[in-house]
Design a protein around this ligand. Structure first.
Ligand SMILES: Cc1cc2nc3c(=O)[nH]c(=O)nc-3n(C[C@H](O)[C@H](O)[C@H](O)COP(=O)(O)OP(=O)(O)OC[C@H]3O[C@@H](n4cnc5c(N)ncnc54)[C@H](O)[C@@H]3O)c2cc1C
Ligand code: SF4
Ligand code: SF4
Length: 431
């Protein structure tokens, strides 16, 4: 099997094709360097490509991400490996890295697929759509999402019944069940780790009822409901399809909480909750939106003004610790909380609750490095040992970009990606 490996050489390998990895790759490519971007998912774009609008400007996230992603995809100096897992990264000498990767089959000939979706129409299998954060279903053969890059179908072989219907209707005859894993060895002079962050799974806090009460959603599920590429044409609560008119946000869900092993502030949740509240006020003008918060951290440029703007629009802010959420017979949710301002225990009823889930480290990156140690900090993010060069990692020639090193919003992720590309270029040109 290993003899089938295709060997390719690049100046840099970027692990992770989110906004940070993409930006680093683009910076390097625009300076004439050949870059491989390795992305484990079916599309590049990371989490940003799924967002609605961005705080504090309320610019459309898809409208910012899509041109950037197509610039990366079309760049002559960039080769993208999607649906690809990194097996190992080894530093074999000065400015010499070997990254072994496996590209999983899509069971669709990517070059021939026109994205017509005829296959989706006939596929009888429906499973939860991970790109819509399980709000709706998708077929076993599917285009990941409308602005995916590449916009090419893939077969989810674990759920495929092998009925052959897609094969019969595909006008390009590009369904190919004979595809197998492909193995590559990527030689490079430098490596950038841009493996991003994980989202806190609120099932880890059973008192909030996520997974048990249908109308308790995560912020990412709400992000999808208010995005231009949203699954429904309005905002619906899952239990009965009712348009909600009293929505609660529970901030710091899985952040600043030792009991769930995540003591730090996730930095983005206050602001994305305020953003979503403003967007909901626009979409549902009669709705009552309340944010239950411990502290509001509006630290960036224009963020405090954005917070004040939300208050001016009528979004309610209650300084409170939520003890428990329970469900009423009609699917409404009862929040029991301590009102921190006056120390009283209170209850309030809402028809939908959004958990503003926190950011967790993606701990995979360190495990990929074989013969040298990619150190982690005390919170399990990629360590930044040099305060004067935050892109440096514990391995000379390996740099970090974006949220791989800790929670960041998009502007800070982009800044760190630029820093990583610059540090990589200095390393490549050093003697
Ligand atoms: C609900 C929500 C709303 C938000 N709203 C805003 C907002 O309005 N404004 C704002 O500034 N920020 C917002 N953010 C934050 C924003 O999403 C992040 O700043 C941004 O996504 C960070 O980009 P990244 O590239 O570092 O990480 P990610 O987006 O996590 O991308 C990492 C990429 O690496 C890939 N990857 C991971 N591990 C591997 C591996 N081992 N091999 C190959 N590939 C791998 C992943 O599949 C992914 O594509 C929001 C976040 C959330 C959760
Ligand atoms: S072969 Fe699989 S992917 Fe194709 S239509 Fe049948 S179930 Fe769907
Ligand atoms: S696999 Fe065939 S039918 Fe499906 S989107 Fe691609 S070209 Fe269309």
């Amino acid at each position: 099997m290993l003899n089938n490996r295709v060997e390719l050489s690049f100046d840099a390998v970027v692990i992770g094709g989110g906004i940070a990895g993409g930006e680093s790759a683009l910076n390097l490519a625009n300076n004439g360097y050949k870059v491989a971007v390795v992305e484990r998912d079916l599309s590049v774009g990371g989490k940003m490509i799924h967002l609605s609008k961005v705080f504090p400007t309320l610019d459309c996230s898809a409208c910012i991400t899509t041109p950037k992603v197509s610039e990366i995809a079309r760049h002559p100096n960039i080769t993208i490996f999607t649906e690809t897992s990194v097996e190992s990264v080894e530093k074999v000498g000065e400015k010499s890295f070997v990254t072994k990767v496996t590209r999983r089959p899509r069971y669709v000939v990517a070059e021939d697929c026109t994205g017509c979706q005829e296959c989706e129409k006939v596929c009888p299998v429906i499973v939860k759509d991970q790109y819509q954060y399980n709000l709706i279903g998708r077929k076993a053969v599917y285009i990941p999402f409308s602005i995916a890059s590449p916009k090419v179908a893939a077969i989810d072989i674990d759920n495929c019944s092998l009925c052959g219907a897609c094969e019969k209707v595909c006008p390009s005859q590009c369904i190919d069940f004979t595809q197998q894993d492909r193995y590559y060895t990527l030689n490079s002079k430098t490596t950038i780790v841009a493996t991003g962050f994980n989202l806190f799974d609120p099932k880890g806090m059973p008192r909030y009822g996520y997974g048990k009460y249908k109308n308790v959603l995560t912020s990412m599920q709400m992000e999808r409901q208010i995005a231009p590429t949203r699954p429904f044409n309005t905002i619906l609560r899952p239990s009965d399809g009712k348009v909600p008119d009293k929505i609660a946000y529970v901030l710091c869900a899985g952040s600043r909480d030792d009991s769930v092993g995540n003591p730090v502030c996730s930095q983005i949740c206050c602001m994305y909750s305020i953003k979503q509240a403003q967007l909901l006020m626009g979409a549902l003008p009669m709705a009552d939106i309340t944010l239950y918060y411990i502290d509001i951290r509006a630290f960036g440029k224009g963020y405090d003004e954005f917070y004040e703007q939300a208050k001016g629009m009528g979004v309610k802010f209650v300084k409170a610790k939520i003890g428990k959420i329970s469900e009423a017979e009609n699917g409404n949710l009862i929040l029991r909380y301590e009102d921190i301002q006056n120390g009283k225990l209170k209850e309030s009823e809402h028809d939908m609750v959004v958990l503003s889930v926190g950011v967790l480290p993606n701990t995979e990156a360190s495990a990929l490095f074989q013969n040298s140690v990619l150190e982690k900090d005390s919170l399990n993010y990629v360590a930044q040992p040099d305060p004067l060069n935050p892109a440096k990692t514990s391995i000379e020639g390996v740099f970090s970009a974006g949220t791989a090193t800790g929670p960041k919003d998009i502007p800070d992720s982009i800044l760190s990606a630029g820093a990583a590309a610059n540090a990589a270029i200095s390393y490549l040109t050093s003697h």
